[in-house]
Write a new protein. Sequence first.
Length: 65
Amino acid sequence: MLFKEAITLRILELCNKYNYTPNKLAELSAIAPSTLRALLANNVDNPSSTIIFKICKTLKIELKD
């Protein structure tokens, strides 16, 4: 499994846990919905640490998780 695929699966798993839609997660994370959609569609080979950090903060997890 590629890194970007693992990120996508983990984000979707946590969205399900918190009952967040991708649009809601994007809104709460202060990132563009199009950015999150691209990430979830595996269209981003190397997501920025800023984007990942914002998502982690919203989902209440650390980067290592």
